[in-house]
Design a protein around this ligand. Sequence first.
Ligand code: NAD
Length: 308
Amino acid sequence: MAFSIKKAAVIGSGVMGSGIAAHLANVGIPVLLLDIVPKELTKEEMAKGLSLEDKTVRNRMVNSALTRLLKQKPAPLTHKEHLSYIHTGNLEDDVEKLSEVDWIIEVVVENLDVKRKVFELIDKYRKEGSIVSSNTSGISVNAMAEGRSEDFQKHFLGTHFFNPPRYLKLLEIIPTEKTNPDVLTYMHQYSENVLGKGVVIAKDTPNFIANRIGTYGLLVTVREMLKGGFSIGEVDSITGTLIGRPKSATFRTLDVVGLDTFIHVANNVYEQVEGDEKQVFKVPEFMIKMHKNGWLGSKSGQGFYLKK
Ligand code: NAD
């Protein structure tokens, strides 16, 4: 079977979706970046007299993703001009365009039900033979593919990029029981040769490899910090700059990841392990409170550190 990715679509233009779209643009792949239509107007939109039917409002999520791509540091785009490879829209108005692309990457919130609904839609509009993948941090890829058409299931797998996608080389690829081996081989080679990634093929276990270890390490660090009375600043300098890493490895990273996403990812393992191991993956109460307050990190402007 011959595959060729000439055009891609990314669904979900948040922290990761916008970064993945930028990475594709950097290697010259035209990409359609889609998100949901907002249900309410912002104060600024109201002041401008806009309505929910206006194109700028309907495309607000992807438009703010583009602004972020140009402002973010370190820069997600190798050259600002690469932005012209990214075409934006929303799933409601542009879903039929999914039939024009060779690879569709789902990058919406880390929630199985939401992702399943998106895959149902993709299944309806994708062209036969196109590759579909999920950027999930650790939800079962087999569970995500359940109920989908045979052609979808043969062409579906997990492609887990790391944040920020332009700079972190690792890509976990997770096949399902039904992924066609040719699709796996193609995506492995494509990811290494075209996207410049270092690929690890992972089994469909909760949080795969990197996030199983990473979530464990982070939660143990936080628990020891609370027990020992260490400060966030102390932990960050010792796991970051003082040990020679360019940036802090713990709380500043959490601000970049997004606390909402981190909690989803930790809960994903918590719900699937038993006994003592459950306590390790339990998110500490102070983080739950921060989440409730909307202190999600860079994406909300307030996290462990104030956004610069
Ligand atoms: P995010 O909250 O920044 O962005 C999610 C985006 O999905 C939002 O723009 C939201 O409007 C959109 N969305 C929600 N429901 C949608 C729908 N039904 N249709 C279309 N768009 C929809 O989240 P994120 O951090 O970009 O995470 C996205 C995925 O990537 C998750 O599965 C997450 O686990 C994974 N991931 C995140 C990181 C990270 O560091 N943040 C790293 C690797 C993988």
